[in-house]
Design a protein. Sequence first.
Length: 277
Amino acid sequence: MITNETINHAIDYILRHINEELSVGDVASHCHFSKYHFSRMFKEETGESVYAFIRRLKLEQSAFRLKIEPDKAVTEIGYEFGYSPSNYSWMFRQQYQTTPVHFRRNCFQETLRHPFMHREHFLLETFEECSQKIEIRTLPDYYVLYERRIGSYHQLSGQWQEFMDKYRAYVTDDTKYFERTFDDPAITSSDRCLYDICMSVDRAAGLENTCTIEGGKCAVYAYKGLGKYIYAAYQTIFHIWLPRVPYVLDYRSGFDIYHMVDSGSGYMELDICLPLQ
């Protein structure tokens, strides 16, 4: 868990500007620290240097765009993240041992391998099945208490229990529970996924680790099923639904809103909320 709020603010800044020119000095300056001192703090909290973190996220986000925008030119996607055509191909190969073109051609098959439940088999829904579960809504902003993690989604159930035990005193009848996601586990290594466990709180509570989840226009997928198949629902949206609809994902972070969880069976009901441009 990342407990240093300066580092969390730095990560938020990086995510907001990931498709812009971004240096270690830019991020350190934003956090009002010297580059040396900030770099040391960042490495201690995340296990990565600031430069490596920015580089990895840029390439992961570009790979995600290759996946969900199959008709957009590879060079255009690379350019959006600050890469020239030759540099993008070289940097991409360094991270994924393949070219952007080859990645796009094969990403569907890679998606069908569950990243942290290797023995699980699943099928993606058809476009019609997926469309029946999706509504386009305008959602409000949500003020939340959160804890940020870097690791595998496979650890979530235990982390949620710890979170609930720690902050039980702030739970009311109106409390909502959220999970904010920043990457696609079909692309990001399972031990480097970045996510926030959150619950709504009153601003008057005076807690430090709070933030606002930005709402706005979203595609909202109503999920009902076992937790281990949420991955398949996401991949259906990315591979089957998005390429066939007149919507483009925004660069804002997606999030889940939990409505019901049965810890015994693993059954849950939640809304998968993906921001749209």
